[in-house]
Structure formats: structure tokens, C-alpha cells
Design a protein around this ligand. Structure first.
Ligand SMILES: *Cc1c(COP(=O)(O)O)cnc(C)c1O
Length: 331
């Protein structure tokens, strides 16, 4: 099985912004863009993207999960990066058109079609370090993906890091530079303590990992950081919290300190998990802080993480009622 995100369909949808307007979106070969080496994105990181998925149901129909949330987030990211404004209806239609075109390539569950809308500043001007790009490209890539958990959902090892993942006012932007700034800490954590991910906790404030949100589950309660500008507002996070409320769990969106996390996470029955579109909900088995390892739940795997993940998958895969109207039928 090819690694996640390395297989692409032959075509994508593309729209170009120039002279204050968007071109008519077109279906083009994936390798058909060319950039000037002085393009704004290549120097000043005017880039943002989205990640969402289309699923095949047992009757063969294809459904996209919470598309409008991702469209709105790309609009917000574009605004925060001073990229040209993205038209929601246009982007929505681009996503629908490309998924419909490649409907036959949407894998069966547990696979899915990963959808990657991307928006980049293309103006050829290296003098614009402090000015926005007046032209841009918006494209929607597709990548069929398999079972993220092939080989089992192995509980992750997280290193708690005192530094921030990115600049505090950029956390809610799904933008390239944020991942670049988190890369060295993650590589160091892998080498030093064989961590899978870094949990960024600036000043003891438990935020998120490099590409997923963090949830502490303690009995009937889920605790996760309340939304603010410092971290990415995950659609999966929101979906899992909604499903938790549906089943009567207490959802606490508030500050979570490293001290409280380490104290509560080791108690029997405690669970910790990462949420994101790619992996849905992944259990965390070990927290590492100041040279000490803390076994989550005392080392006993909990059941709430798996059951919430299943509940979300059941909706995505058409096996449970879509009571919140999260799916958009493509065909
Ligand atoms: C994409 C992402 C998430 C998860 O968001 P989803 O909408 O659930 O996929 C969380 N944190 C970061 C930094 C991300 O890039």
C-alpha cells in the first residue's frame, strides 16, 4: 500500500485569480501548473490548504464529510494570510466537480478519497515581503487513501514540549509555515525519545500536536483546549465533541495545564487521543515530560476513544444516521 498522500488522480480543479477576479474553474492535468521562481508563495509562504474526505457507502453513493466547514476554514486562512478572497460557492463546486469526476476511484471503507484544496500566492515579486500577492492559484487535489490503521491503532507516544508550534496569532491558519516551524522539534523528539509526535504546550498550556488536536478523556468527561487563535480548529475535534455530547458525556472546553494533564492522564480509566481528518481519532498511550514517561490510563487501553471513532466512522460510512447533516451527497 502506498504511503498516505502519495497517490494522486490524473487531474485537478484549478482556478486562477488575477486582475481582481477569479477565472472559470477548469479541470486540468495535476502537473499543469508552472510558477515563476519569484512567486510570492515560494518566498513569503502565502499558502494555505484544507484536508477533507469523500466516502463510499454500501449502495455505491459518494458523500463528502462536513465540506462547508472546510470551505469556510480555507476562506478564513486565506483572509488571515491576505490572499485573494475565496468564493465559497466556487470552491464548493470545484470540490463537488472533481470528486464526481473521480467517483469511481473513491475507495471502499476503511479507505476514502482525501481532498486537498490549496491556495497559493503567485505574484512574481520578491519585493513584496510586507505586501500581499495580488494573484493566486486555487486548486483541488484528490488522493485515494487506504486504512490509516492498517496493522492496528497503535497507541502513540507524545513528547510534551514547552515551546509553541507556531506564532500565537497564526495557529488557526492551516498554512505551510506552521508545519515548517514544527518540523525540527518533531524530528528531535523522534530521535531523542522515539516519540511519534510532539504535544506543544507553551507555558504549560496544552495545545495540539503538529497536525492534530488533543483530547483528554477522563471517565464521562472530555477535556480539550477552548478555541482561540493559537491553534487549529479541527473539524474532527468539533465532530467528536458533538458526538460525545450526544451520548451524554460532559464536554469541557477550557484551559488544560500540563500539571493537570499528567495528574489525570495516569489514573485508571483515563484516555488521551489525537483528532484529525487523516487518522480520525488515534489513542495516545504515553506522555513524556522532563525525562519521565507517563502511561495513559495506567497502561490499560480505554474503550471510549475506539467507540467515538467508530461512531464517527459509522456516520461517514453511511452505517449510522447522519443526524447532524454532515454529509453532502456527490452522486
Ligand atoms: C488539520 C489540522 C488539525 C485537524 O483538523 P481537522 O479539521 O480535524 O482535520 C489539527 N491541528 C493542526 C495543526 C492541523 O493542521
Amino acid at each position: 500500500m502506498a504511503a498516505f498522500g502519495t497517490v494522486f488522480t490524473a487531474e485537478m480543479m484549478l482556478a486562477e485569480y488575477s486582475n481582481n477576479q477569479w477565472s472559470e474553474p477548469a479541470l486540468v492535468p495535476v502537473n499543469s501548473i508552472s510558477l515563476h521562481p519569484g512567486a510570492h508563495v515560494l518566498h513569503y509562504a502565502s499558502t494555505c490548504f484544507e484536508g477533507l474526505k469523500a466516502f463510499r457507502h454500501s449502495d455505491g453513493s459518494i458523500h463528502i464529510f462536513r465540506m462547508d466547514k472546510n470551505v469556510a476554514r480555507l476562506q478564513q486562512s486565506s483572509d488571515l494570510l491576505a490572499l485573494p478572497k475565496v468564493d465559497a460557492a466556487m470552491l464548493r463546486q470545484m470540490i463537488l466537480d472533481i470528486v464526481k469526476r473521480y467517483a469511481a476511484d473513491v475507495p471502499n471503507p476503511p479507505g476514502s478519497m482525501y481532498i486537498r484544496p490549496t491556495h497559493i500566492g503567485t505574484e512574481a515579486s520578491i519585493g513584496k515581503a510586507a505586501a500581499p500577492s495580488l494573484s493566486s492559484l486555487l486548486y483541488v487535489l484528490l488522493s485515494p487513501v487506504g486504512d490509516y490503521f492498517a496493522g492496528g491503532a497503535k497507541p502513540l507516544r507524545l513528547l510534551l514540549e514547552d515551546n509553541a508550534r507556531c506564532a500565537p496569532h497564526m495557529g488557526m491558519v492551516k498554512s505551510g509555515g506552521n508545519y515548517a516551524s514544527a518540523l525540527q522539534p518533531i524530528m528531535k523528539a523522534r530521535a531523542a525519545v522515539q516519540a511519534d509526535q510532539v504535544l506543544f504546550c507553551p507555558h504549560g498550556d496544552v495545545q495540539e500536536t503538529g497536525a492534530a488536536n488533543f483530547l483528554l478523556i477522563d471517565g464521562n468527561e472530555i477535556i480539550t483546549k477552548a478555541l482561540d487563535a493559537s491553534f487549529l480548529h479541527g473539524v474532527t475535534r468539533d465532530s467528536i465533541l458533538t458526538l460525545a455530547r450526544d451520548r451524554g458525556m460532559k464536554v469541557s472546553e477550557r484551559e488544560l495545564t500540563v500539571d493537570e494533564l499528567l495528574e489525570r492522564a495516569v489514573k485508571p480509566g483515563a484516555e488521551a487521543a489525537l483528532s484529525g481528518t487523516a487518522a480520525v481519532l488515534t489513542p495516545v498511550g504515553t506522555l513524556i515530560h522532563n525525562g519521565r514517561e507517563y502511561a495513559v490510563g495506567g497502561g490499560v487501553a480505554g474503550t471510549t476513544t475506539a467507540s467515538l471513532r467508530q461512531a464517527l466512522n459509522d456516520i461517514q460510512w453511511g452505517k449510522a444516521a447522519d443526524t447532524h447533516g454532515w454529509l453532502t451527497k456527490v452522486c
